[in-house]
Design a protein around this ligand. Sequence first.
Ligand code: WQD
Length: 355
Amino acid sequence: MQRVSIQKFMERNKKNTILVTGGAGYIGSHTIIELLETTSFDIVSIDNYSNSNEGTYDRIKQITGKDVKHYNIDLCNYEETVKVFEIETGVIGIIHFAAFKSVSESVENPQKYYHNNINSLLNVLECCLKFEIPNFIFSSSCSVYGNITELPVKESTPFNKAESPYAYTKQVGEEIIKDYCKAYTQLNTISLRYFNPVGAHISGLNGELPINKPSNLVPVITQTAIGKIKQMTVYGSDYKTRDGSCIRDYIHVTDIAIAHIKALNYLLANNQKSNCSIFNLGSGNGVSVFEAIKSFEKISGIKPNYILGNRRAGDVEAIYSQTDLSKKELNWEAKITLDEMMETAWKWENNLKKQ
Ligand code: WQD
């Protein structure tokens, strides 16, 4: 079907809704902002605020001027989840963000991660089949690769052992989706492997909102710089990398959000080779912890107070992406620079302080 007739098909069949799970979360809310600002889809969000808060919808309205229809239900509760799909009969695609995502927390509390991340995925996939919703985008992660020696990683790079329960829930998630796509060919799915999403909306009005003490590097840097955290720790300075600290592929959350619009259009155009596609979402640049701190210092003029500590359980030494496939197939590439990532993160942290 040509794209223009897809629009007509959706209007005629009143199928014009994109359901976003985890829509009050960090990446989910930034994706909803892009959906509201650049597409004509109706948006519905499901989030139980286990790692977010309802105020996110107010911030989305402040930025876009639009309300987001939302449900506060636990996706691990199948009956509750089905009820939403019984009401929202116009859903043509699902973007499934809802999952816990801290590598370090998953090492300390694996039960929380296996229960939530796997059961919520199974329930949403069940609803795709039950309510005949073919288009499904899964929020996966570069952590599926494990500790990799040959870098940059390609989508075809075989998985090594997952270094954390979080990473393993994403490996298992991708395998579940692959098996479903083989058996239920009506499904049409994309798994997006995010590298390290960081930064905040350009307006400074939305960003990462860690519920408790953050575990991710960039919010730790900005909270240390603003004084919420007295002193941060660099976890490991004896890795076999150019400066001894871990290497990651940081990518702005808005670049990630835009990739989801591209992925949605790719699914709706319905001309991909397989009903189970996988794409890396990274900048392709490896950046060390010390280099990330330096970038922050450059844009803020503040040197965060840090000490050198031991390595953190679950961390991989280095990972960054090869980005050819998402560029070629999705016509997408990261555009926002590391300094701009830090700038938006710092602007958001300062706005939070004013609230
Ligand atoms: C990055 C580096 C830490 C905090 C994240 C997400 C995960 C997935 C992959 C999307 C590591 C170091 C951190 C601190 C530090 N993304 N660090 N001091 O572990 O790569 O995982 O990206 O799905 O969801 O969690 O990110 O920001 O926690 O750590 O030295 O106080 O910064 O050791 O080397 P990570 P991170």
